[in-house]
Ligand binder design. Sequence first.
Ligand SMILES: [Ca+2]
Ligand SMILES: [Ca+2]
Ligand SMILES: [Ca+2]
Ligand SMILES: [Ca+2]
Length: 404
Amino acid sequence: MFSFTRRQLAMIVSLAVIIVVALYFTAHVPIEAADHGDAPIASLDRSADLNDVYALLDPNDNTRVFLAMTSQGFIVPAEAVNFGIFDPSITYRFELEMTGDATPDKFIDIRFSAKTQSPTQAQIATVILPDGRTFTAPNTIPSLAATAPPRVITTHQASGVQFFSGLVDDAFLFDIPGVNRFIASVRAGAPNASFLNRGRDTFAGYNTLAIALSLPIALLQPTANSEIGVNAVTIRNVALRRPTRFQRGASKTLTTQVDRAANPTVNVVLVPFPRKNEHNISTTMDDAAGRFTDSIVATLTALGTRLENINTLAQIAVVRGDFLRLKFDIRNEGPGGGNNPGAGFPNGRRPGDDVVDTLLTVITNGAITTDNANTNDVPFINTFPFFGLPHQPRDTGMDDQTRN
Ligand SMILES: [Ca+2]
Ligand SMILES: [Ca+2]
Ligand SMILES: [Ca+2]
Ligand SMILES: [Ca+2]
Protein backbone atom coordinates (compact mmCIF):
# COMPACT_ATOMS: atom_id res chain seq x y z
CA MET A 1 0.00 0.00 0.00
CA PHE A 2 1.18 3.52 -0.74
CA SER A 3 2.00 6.07 1.93
CA PHE A 4 1.62 9.83 1.78
CA THR A 5 3.94 12.64 2.77
CA ARG A 6 2.51 15.20 5.18
CA ARG A 7 2.12 17.67 2.34
CA GLN A 8 0.20 15.21 0.18
CA LEU A 9 -1.95 14.20 3.13
CA ALA A 10 -2.77 17.85 3.76
CA MET A 11 -3.77 18.21 0.12
CA ILE A 12 -6.10 15.22 0.31
CA VAL A 13 -7.68 16.45 3.51
CA SER A 14 -8.28 19.89 2.03
CA LEU A 15 -9.79 18.21 -1.00
CA ALA A 16 -12.27 16.44 1.24
CA VAL A 17 -13.70 19.87 1.99
CA ILE A 18 -13.96 20.62 -1.70
CA ILE A 19 -15.75 17.33 -2.23
CA VAL A 20 -18.60 18.30 0.04
CA VAL A 21 -19.27 21.24 -2.27
CA ALA A 22 -18.46 19.41 -5.47
CA LEU A 23 -20.83 16.57 -4.68
CA TYR A 24 -23.73 18.90 -5.24
CA PHE A 25 -22.55 19.44 -8.79
CA THR A 26 -21.41 15.97 -9.75
CA ALA A 27 -22.83 15.14 -13.15
CA HIS A 28 -23.69 11.69 -14.39
CA VAL A 29 -20.48 10.02 -15.55
CA PRO A 30 -21.00 7.75 -18.54
CA ILE A 31 -18.64 4.78 -18.56
CA GLU A 32 -17.62 3.80 -22.04
CA ALA A 33 -14.32 2.00 -22.34
CA ALA A 34 -10.65 2.09 -21.49
CA ASP A 35 -10.14 5.24 -23.50
CA HIS A 36 -12.13 4.51 -26.65
CA GLY A 37 -14.18 7.58 -27.51
CA ASP A 38 -13.45 9.05 -24.10
CA ALA A 39 -14.28 12.67 -24.95
CA PRO A 40 -16.36 14.44 -27.60
CA ILE A 41 -13.37 15.69 -29.59
CA ALA A 42 -11.62 12.31 -29.46
CA SER A 43 -14.81 10.55 -30.53
CA LEU A 44 -15.07 12.80 -33.57
CA ASP A 45 -11.38 12.55 -34.41
CA ARG A 46 -11.31 8.80 -34.75
CA SER A 47 -7.80 8.33 -36.06
CA ALA A 48 -6.36 10.28 -33.11
CA ASP A 49 -8.53 8.50 -30.52
CA LEU A 50 -6.30 6.38 -28.31
CA ASN A 51 -7.74 3.26 -26.72
CA ASP A 52 -5.21 1.60 -24.45
CA VAL A 53 -1.57 1.64 -23.45
CA TYR A 54 0.50 -1.39 -22.52
CA ALA A 55 3.90 -1.69 -20.85
CA LEU A 56 5.52 -4.92 -19.75
CA LEU A 57 8.80 -6.76 -19.54
CA ASP A 58 9.01 -9.31 -22.33
CA PRO A 59 8.30 -12.59 -20.51
CA ASN A 60 10.71 -14.30 -22.92
CA ASP A 61 13.51 -11.86 -22.06
CA ASN A 62 13.07 -9.54 -19.06
CA THR A 63 15.90 -7.32 -20.31
CA ARG A 64 13.50 -5.97 -22.91
CA VAL A 65 10.53 -3.68 -22.37
CA PHE A 66 7.41 -3.86 -24.53
CA LEU A 67 5.42 -0.70 -25.19
CA ALA A 68 2.20 -0.46 -27.15
CA MET A 69 -0.64 1.90 -27.83
CA THR A 70 -3.90 1.15 -29.62
CA SER A 71 -6.11 3.59 -31.48
CA GLN A 72 -9.33 3.59 -33.53
CA GLY A 73 -11.33 0.96 -31.71
CA PHE A 74 -14.26 -1.08 -33.02
CA ILE A 75 -12.95 -1.73 -36.51
CA VAL A 76 -15.17 -4.47 -37.95
CA PRO A 77 -13.40 -7.28 -39.80
CA ALA A 78 -15.28 -6.69 -43.07
CA GLU A 79 -13.99 -3.09 -43.14
CA ALA A 80 -10.41 -3.87 -42.18
CA VAL A 81 -9.01 -2.52 -45.44
CA ASN A 82 -11.04 0.70 -45.44
CA PHE A 83 -10.66 1.59 -41.77
CA GLY A 84 -7.41 -0.08 -40.74
CA ILE A 85 -5.39 2.96 -41.78
CA PHE A 86 -2.90 4.94 -39.71
CA ASP A 87 -3.41 8.68 -40.09
CA PRO A 88 -0.38 10.27 -41.78
CA SER A 89 -1.11 13.64 -40.15
CA ILE A 90 -0.86 12.21 -36.62
CA THR A 91 2.28 11.91 -34.52
CA TYR A 92 1.83 8.89 -32.26
CA ARG A 93 4.07 9.61 -29.27
CA PHE A 94 5.22 7.63 -26.26
CA GLU A 95 6.18 10.02 -23.45
CA LEU A 96 8.66 8.27 -21.16
CA GLU A 97 9.18 9.31 -17.54
CA MET A 98 12.53 8.25 -16.10
CA THR A 99 13.22 10.30 -12.98
CA GLY A 100 10.24 9.61 -10.73
CA ASP A 101 8.42 12.90 -11.22
CA ALA A 102 5.59 14.04 -13.50
CA THR A 103 7.72 15.41 -16.34
CA PRO A 104 8.44 13.19 -19.33
CA ASP A 105 12.13 12.89 -20.08
CA LYS A 106 12.33 11.01 -23.37
CA PHE A 107 10.06 10.42 -26.34
CA ILE A 108 9.44 7.91 -29.07
CA ASP A 109 7.62 9.39 -32.07
CA ILE A 110 5.96 7.42 -34.86
CA ARG A 111 4.61 8.88 -38.09
CA PHE A 112 3.14 6.98 -41.05
CA SER A 113 3.21 7.59 -44.76
CA ALA A 114 -0.15 8.02 -46.47
CA LYS A 115 -2.14 5.00 -47.52
CA THR A 116 -1.86 4.67 -51.27
CA GLN A 117 -4.36 3.30 -53.78
CA SER A 118 -2.35 0.12 -54.11
CA PRO A 119 -3.76 -2.64 -51.90
CA THR A 120 -0.36 -4.32 -51.72
CA GLN A 121 1.58 -1.23 -50.64
CA ALA A 122 2.27 -0.85 -46.93
CA GLN A 123 2.18 2.37 -44.97
CA ILE A 124 5.72 3.13 -43.89
CA ALA A 125 6.26 4.09 -40.27
CA THR A 126 9.12 6.40 -39.38
CA VAL A 127 10.22 5.71 -35.82
CA ILE A 128 12.31 8.24 -33.90
CA LEU A 129 13.95 6.63 -30.86
CA PRO A 130 14.74 8.47 -27.59
CA ASP A 131 18.37 8.93 -28.63
CA GLY A 132 17.32 10.46 -31.94
CA ARG A 133 18.11 7.48 -34.11
CA THR A 134 15.47 6.90 -36.76
CA PHE A 135 14.35 3.92 -38.78
CA THR A 136 11.48 3.03 -41.04
CA ALA A 137 9.21 0.00 -40.96
CA PRO A 138 6.21 -1.14 -43.03
CA ASN A 139 2.88 -1.84 -41.35
CA THR A 140 1.13 -5.18 -41.64
CA ILE A 141 -1.29 -4.61 -44.51
CA PRO A 142 -4.87 -5.46 -43.48
CA SER A 143 -6.80 -7.96 -45.55
CA LEU A 144 -10.29 -9.42 -45.97
CA ALA A 145 -8.98 -12.98 -46.28
CA ALA A 146 -10.35 -15.71 -44.04
CA THR A 147 -7.07 -15.92 -42.16
CA ALA A 148 -5.07 -13.02 -40.77
CA PRO A 149 -2.08 -11.81 -42.81
CA PRO A 150 1.38 -12.74 -41.49
CA ARG A 151 2.66 -10.12 -39.10
CA VAL A 152 5.44 -7.88 -40.37
CA ILE A 153 7.98 -7.28 -37.61
CA THR A 154 10.92 -5.00 -38.25
CA THR A 155 14.14 -5.14 -36.25
CA HIS A 156 16.38 -2.07 -36.23
CA GLN A 157 19.72 -3.82 -36.03
CA ALA A 158 21.72 -0.86 -34.67
CA SER A 159 19.51 -0.44 -31.59
CA GLY A 160 17.95 -3.90 -31.26
CA VAL A 161 14.46 -2.33 -31.29
CA GLN A 162 11.61 -4.36 -32.74
CA PHE A 163 8.54 -2.69 -34.26
CA PHE A 164 5.07 -3.79 -35.30
CA SER A 165 2.09 -1.80 -36.52
CA GLY A 166 -1.23 -3.07 -37.78
CA LEU A 167 -4.63 -4.43 -36.91
CA VAL A 168 -4.97 -6.67 -33.86
CA ASP A 169 -7.79 -8.09 -31.80
CA ASP A 170 -8.68 -5.48 -29.18
CA ALA A 171 -7.26 -6.93 -25.95
CA PHE A 172 -9.46 -4.73 -23.79
CA LEU A 173 -12.49 -6.53 -22.38
CA PHE A 174 -15.35 -4.92 -20.56
CA ASP A 175 -19.15 -5.15 -20.33
CA ILE A 176 -19.96 -1.49 -21.01
CA PRO A 177 -23.78 -1.64 -20.62
CA GLY A 178 -23.54 -3.88 -17.57
CA VAL A 179 -21.15 -1.62 -15.70
CA ASN A 180 -22.98 1.51 -16.86
CA ARG A 181 -26.25 0.19 -15.42
CA PHE A 182 -24.53 -0.89 -12.22
CA ILE A 183 -22.93 2.53 -11.75
CA ALA A 184 -26.29 4.20 -12.37
CA SER A 185 -27.81 2.03 -9.64
CA VAL A 186 -25.06 3.07 -7.24
CA ARG A 187 -25.68 6.71 -8.00
CA ALA A 188 -29.40 6.20 -7.51
CA GLY A 189 -28.69 4.87 -4.03
CA ALA A 190 -29.78 1.30 -4.83
CA PRO A 191 -26.69 -0.66 -5.90
CA ASN A 192 -27.71 -3.64 -8.02
CA ALA A 193 -24.86 -6.03 -8.84
CA SER A 194 -27.13 -8.23 -10.95
CA PHE A 195 -26.54 -5.78 -13.81
CA LEU A 196 -23.09 -7.34 -14.00
CA ASN A 197 -24.40 -10.82 -14.71
CA ARG A 198 -24.54 -10.35 -18.47
CA GLY A 199 -20.98 -11.58 -18.92
CA ARG A 200 -20.73 -9.91 -22.33
CA ASP A 201 -17.46 -8.42 -23.60
CA THR A 202 -18.47 -5.34 -25.59
CA PHE A 203 -15.14 -5.45 -27.45
CA ALA A 204 -15.37 -9.07 -28.60
CA GLY A 205 -15.17 -9.50 -32.35
CA TYR A 206 -13.61 -6.08 -33.05
CA ASN A 207 -10.15 -5.01 -34.07
CA THR A 208 -8.03 -1.99 -33.24
CA LEU A 209 -4.84 -0.49 -34.63
CA ALA A 210 -1.74 -1.25 -32.59
CA ILE A 211 1.71 0.31 -32.55
CA ALA A 212 4.14 -1.84 -30.59
CA LEU A 213 7.86 -1.71 -29.81
CA SER A 214 10.24 -3.99 -27.98
CA LEU A 215 13.31 -2.17 -26.67
CA PRO A 216 16.38 -3.24 -24.71
CA ILE A 217 16.03 -1.67 -21.26
CA ALA A 218 19.60 -0.42 -21.62
CA LEU A 219 18.45 1.78 -24.49
CA LEU A 220 16.13 3.65 -22.15
CA GLN A 221 18.86 4.27 -19.59
CA PRO A 222 16.55 4.37 -16.58
CA THR A 223 17.74 6.19 -13.52
CA ALA A 224 16.16 6.24 -10.05
CA ASN A 225 13.73 3.49 -9.00
CA SER A 226 14.51 1.24 -11.96
CA GLU A 227 11.11 2.24 -13.23
CA ILE A 228 9.64 3.79 -16.32
CA GLY A 229 6.43 5.77 -16.75
CA VAL A 230 4.59 5.64 -20.08
CA ASN A 231 2.01 8.04 -21.47
CA ALA A 232 0.70 7.85 -25.03
CA VAL A 233 -0.22 11.01 -26.86
CA THR A 234 -1.64 11.72 -30.30
CA ILE A 235 -0.68 15.00 -31.91
CA ARG A 236 -2.41 16.24 -35.04
CA ASN A 237 -0.18 18.12 -37.45
CA VAL A 238 -2.07 20.62 -39.55
CA ALA A 239 -0.28 22.09 -42.53
CA LEU A 240 -0.90 25.79 -43.09
CA ARG A 241 -1.45 25.92 -46.82
CA ARG A 242 -2.11 29.63 -47.10
CA PRO A 243 -0.08 31.36 -44.42
CA THR A 244 -1.17 34.93 -43.88
CA ARG A 245 1.20 37.81 -43.39
CA PHE A 246 0.58 37.51 -39.66
CA GLN A 247 2.03 34.01 -39.70
CA ARG A 248 5.09 34.87 -41.77
CA GLY A 249 8.19 33.41 -40.21
CA ALA A 250 6.20 31.03 -38.05
CA SER A 251 6.06 27.29 -38.51
CA LYS A 252 3.96 26.19 -41.43
CA THR A 253 2.58 23.32 -39.44
CA LEU A 254 0.30 23.72 -36.48
CA THR A 255 0.38 20.93 -33.94
CA THR A 256 -2.31 20.13 -31.44
CA GLN A 257 -2.56 17.35 -28.90
CA VAL A 258 -5.82 15.44 -29.43
CA ASP A 259 -5.73 12.58 -26.94
CA ARG A 260 -3.64 11.06 -24.20
CA ALA A 261 -3.87 7.74 -22.41
CA ALA A 262 -1.85 5.96 -19.75
CA ASN A 263 -3.66 4.20 -16.89
CA PRO A 264 -6.93 2.69 -18.15
CA THR A 265 -10.27 4.45 -17.64
CA VAL A 266 -8.88 7.62 -16.03
CA ASN A 267 -10.63 10.03 -18.39
CA VAL A 268 -13.56 7.72 -19.11
CA VAL A 269 -14.51 6.91 -15.53
CA LEU A 270 -12.94 9.49 -13.25
CA VAL A 271 -13.07 12.80 -15.12
CA PRO A 272 -16.54 14.36 -15.35
CA PHE A 273 -17.99 14.86 -18.81
CA PRO A 274 -17.59 18.66 -19.03
CA ARG A 275 -13.82 18.29 -18.48
CA LYS A 276 -13.01 15.29 -20.70
CA ASN A 277 -11.81 17.34 -23.69
CA GLU A 278 -9.73 19.49 -21.36
CA HIS A 279 -8.19 16.39 -19.77
CA ASN A 280 -7.13 14.99 -23.12
CA ILE A 281 -5.22 18.12 -24.10
CA SER A 282 -3.61 18.51 -20.68
CA THR A 283 -0.32 17.10 -19.50
CA THR A 284 1.03 14.84 -16.81
CA MET A 285 2.45 17.96 -15.16
CA ASP A 286 -1.10 19.36 -15.02
CA ASP A 287 -2.19 16.15 -13.26
CA ALA A 288 0.50 16.50 -10.61
CA ALA A 289 -0.30 20.18 -10.14
CA GLY A 290 -3.79 19.12 -9.10
CA ARG A 291 -5.68 20.42 -12.12
CA PHE A 292 -8.16 17.51 -12.08
CA THR A 293 -7.79 16.29 -8.52
CA ASP A 294 -10.99 17.80 -7.17
CA SER A 295 -13.05 16.40 -10.04
CA ILE A 296 -11.54 12.93 -9.72
CA VAL A 297 -11.98 12.81 -5.95
CA ALA A 298 -15.56 14.02 -6.31
CA THR A 299 -16.33 11.24 -8.79
CA LEU A 300 -14.85 8.56 -6.55
CA THR A 301 -16.57 9.90 -3.48
CA ALA A 302 -19.91 9.87 -5.28
CA LEU A 303 -19.25 6.21 -6.08
CA GLY A 304 -18.64 5.49 -2.40
CA THR A 305 -14.90 4.85 -2.70
CA ARG A 306 -13.10 4.95 0.65
CA LEU A 307 -10.48 7.64 1.21
CA GLU A 308 -7.80 4.95 1.53
CA ASN A 309 -8.62 3.67 -1.96
CA ILE A 310 -8.90 7.19 -3.36
CA ASN A 311 -5.37 7.70 -2.10
CA THR A 312 -4.25 4.51 -3.85
CA LEU A 313 -5.70 5.67 -7.16
CA ALA A 314 -4.24 9.15 -6.65
CA GLN A 315 -0.79 7.63 -6.24
CA ILE A 316 -1.22 5.71 -9.49
CA ALA A 317 -2.69 8.40 -11.71
CA VAL A 318 -2.45 11.86 -10.13
CA VAL A 319 0.38 12.60 -7.69
CA ARG A 320 3.20 11.99 -10.21
CA GLY A 321 0.98 12.51 -13.26
CA ASP A 322 -1.02 9.91 -15.12
CA PHE A 323 1.77 7.60 -16.26
CA LEU A 324 1.50 3.84 -16.58
CA ARG A 325 4.51 2.89 -14.45
CA LEU A 326 6.50 -0.30 -14.89
CA LYS A 327 9.16 -1.54 -12.48
CA PHE A 328 12.11 -3.32 -14.03
CA ASP A 329 12.83 -5.47 -10.95
CA ILE A 330 9.50 -7.34 -10.97
CA ARG A 331 9.86 -10.45 -13.10
CA ASN A 332 7.22 -10.97 -15.76
CA GLU A 333 6.55 -14.56 -16.76
CA GLY A 334 4.03 -16.69 -18.57
CA PRO A 335 2.28 -16.95 -21.93
CA GLY A 336 0.56 -14.22 -23.91
CA GLY A 337 2.75 -11.38 -22.64
CA GLY A 338 2.87 -12.71 -19.09
CA ASN A 339 0.37 -13.75 -16.47
CA ASN A 340 2.18 -14.29 -13.17
CA PRO A 341 0.41 -12.61 -10.23
CA GLY A 342 1.84 -9.33 -8.99
CA ALA A 343 3.66 -8.48 -12.20
CA GLY A 344 0.76 -6.86 -14.04
CA PHE A 345 -1.41 -3.76 -13.77
CA PRO A 346 -0.96 -1.39 -12.00
CA ASN A 347 2.66 -2.43 -12.50
CA GLY A 348 2.59 -1.62 -16.20
CA ARG A 349 -0.09 -3.47 -18.08
CA ARG A 350 -0.14 -6.74 -20.02
CA PRO A 351 -2.66 -7.57 -22.77
CA GLY A 352 -4.26 -10.21 -20.56
CA ASP A 353 -4.56 -8.10 -17.40
CA ASP A 354 -8.22 -7.69 -16.42
CA VAL A 355 -7.81 -4.02 -15.57
CA VAL A 356 -11.55 -3.45 -15.22
CA ASP A 357 -11.78 -6.04 -12.45
CA THR A 358 -8.78 -4.51 -10.68
CA LEU A 359 -10.31 -1.03 -10.81
CA LEU A 360 -13.83 -2.18 -9.93
CA THR A 361 -12.42 -3.85 -6.83
CA VAL A 362 -10.62 -0.69 -5.70
CA ILE A 363 -13.47 1.70 -6.54
CA THR A 364 -16.14 -0.41 -4.80
CA ASN A 365 -13.92 -1.14 -1.77
CA GLY A 366 -13.97 -4.83 -2.65
CA ALA A 367 -17.75 -5.13 -2.85
CA ILE A 368 -17.60 -5.85 -6.59
CA THR A 369 -14.62 -7.76 -7.94
CA THR A 370 -15.61 -8.43 -11.54
CA ASP A 371 -17.75 -7.34 -14.47
CA ASN A 372 -17.92 -11.00 -15.55
CA ALA A 373 -16.32 -10.17 -18.88
CA ASN A 374 -13.08 -11.88 -18.02
CA THR A 375 -11.79 -13.89 -20.95
CA ASN A 376 -10.56 -12.47 -24.21
CA ASP A 377 -12.33 -13.79 -27.29
CA VAL A 378 -9.11 -14.89 -29.01
CA PRO A 379 -5.84 -16.22 -27.60
CA PHE A 380 -2.87 -13.94 -27.10
CA ILE A 381 0.39 -14.71 -28.85
CA ASN A 382 3.42 -15.80 -26.83
CA THR A 383 5.90 -13.62 -28.67
CA PHE A 384 6.12 -9.98 -29.73
CA PRO A 385 3.68 -8.24 -30.23
CA PHE A 386 1.56 -10.54 -28.01
CA PHE A 387 -1.86 -9.23 -29.13
CA GLY A 388 -4.32 -11.72 -30.59
CA LEU A 389 -4.53 -11.91 -34.37
CA PRO A 390 -7.14 -9.61 -35.92
CA HIS A 391 -10.64 -10.92 -36.53
CA GLN A 392 -11.21 -11.68 -40.19
CA PRO A 393 -14.54 -11.75 -42.08
CA ARG A 394 -16.57 -14.85 -41.12
CA ASP A 395 -17.97 -17.48 -43.43
CA THR A 396 -21.73 -17.97 -43.77
CA GLY A 397 -23.28 -19.24 -40.59
CA MET A 398 -20.28 -18.51 -38.40
CA ASP A 399 -20.76 -16.48 -35.22
CA ASP A 400 -19.10 -13.09 -35.66
CA GLN A 401 -18.38 -13.10 -31.91
CA THR A 402 -19.68 -9.60 -31.26
CA ARG A 403 -21.46 -9.23 -27.93
CA ASN A 404 -23.36 -5.96 -28.10
CA1 LIG B 1 -9.37 8.08 -26.31
CA1 LIG C 1 10.94 13.13 -15.28
CA1 LIG D 1 -10.70 -9.02 -27.75
CA1 LIG E 1 -13.38 -8.34 -16.19
